[in-house]
Write a protein that binds this ligand. Structure first.
Ligand code: SF4
Length: 268
């Protein structure tokens, strides 16, 4: 037994809870839009989509590890924004084909079924680049475990919405920020694959995923119809560790709704 009380840690924890409340408030309109979100692409849990689409009030807040993880992501994104803004609207000499650009952060885009927010849109005289920004752990860099499928799906969906709205297919890029380095990929969805090609901490890295963006969009749009018109309630996940928890703590806003009274995973 000791008498040490965490001070900095406690303040940090309270700060994150406060941020969660403010974020929830700021995103209320999006949360009650009744639409699909680009983050639903290649999701593990269709039931989560159902809950946010029908506007179910989340029954619990995220736990501290998840909030800390989110906060790290926001800080990393702010750092990248600072760098992008620093050179915006200036003459550049160090990137071929991008002499001058403007940049916008958190650009809203939607259609009848989808509603989302693009992290960065970079525009130059003849290029439009949509950037999905993620912070990630060092192990993902070491194991070349990037880019993640759900992030690719999210970015490709933004590309589709952009094309629908402006009639121009933008370049798609995903940027991962990590300790002491970054990874950046150009992303190309085809009919049966998604190709990502770029650099991870300076080393060339190319990956082909045998997944169809179109198939996933069609699947989710059918789910949208089934939820809206046929009152479908998708099954919950069988195992908590598949997407309900992060480091042993709830990471899904609907955790208590699904798992209340169930102390063990359903299959065990
Ligand atoms: S708690 Fe798990 S099963 Fe329930 S909606 Fe969230 S991710 Fe799906």
């Amino acid at each position: 037994m000791n008498n040490i009380t965490p001070i900095v840690g406690k303040i940090h924890e309270e700060y994150l809870l406060e941020q969660q409340r403010l974020n929830n408030e700021a995103r209320k309109d999006r949360q009650s839009s009744g639409k699909l979100w680009p983050t639903d692409m290649f999701t593990k849990c269709d039931r989560k989509i159902y809950y946010h689409m029908v506007g179910t009030k989340s029954s619990n807040e995220h736990g501290f590890p998840t909030l800390d993880y989110f906060d790290g992501g926001n800080l990393a994104e702010a750092k990248t924004e600072r760098a992008l803004l620093h050179f915006a609207n200036k003459r550049l000499s160090f990137i071929d084909g991008l002499e001058q650009y403007s940049v916008e952060r958190s650009v809203r885009i939607s259609n009848d079924m989808w509603s989302g927010e693009i992290d960065f849109v970079i525009k130059s005289k003849d290029r439009i680049i949509l950037v999905e920004h993620k912070a990630t752990s060092d192990s993902k860099f070491k194991n070349l475990d990037l880019p993640q499928l759900k992030h690719l799906g999210q970015l490709c969906l933004y590309g589709k919405l952009w094309f629908e709205k402006y009639g121009v297919m933008p370049e798609l890029r995903i940027f991962y920020s990590g300790w002491g380095g970054f990874a950046e990929y150009v992303v190309s969805p085809n009919s049966k694959t998604i190709i990502s090609e770029g650099f991870i901490k300076g080393k060339y890295h190319k990956k082909t995923r045998r997944k169809s963006v179109k198939h996933e969009i069609d699947r989710l749009e059918q789910l949208y119809v089934d939820i809206k018109q046929n009152n479908l309630i998708p099954l919950m996940l069988e195992k908590k560790h598949n997407g309900c928890e992060f480091m042993g703590n709830p990471s899904c806003s609907y955790y208590n709704l699904c798992w209340y009274g169930k102390s063990m995973d359903r299959q065990t």
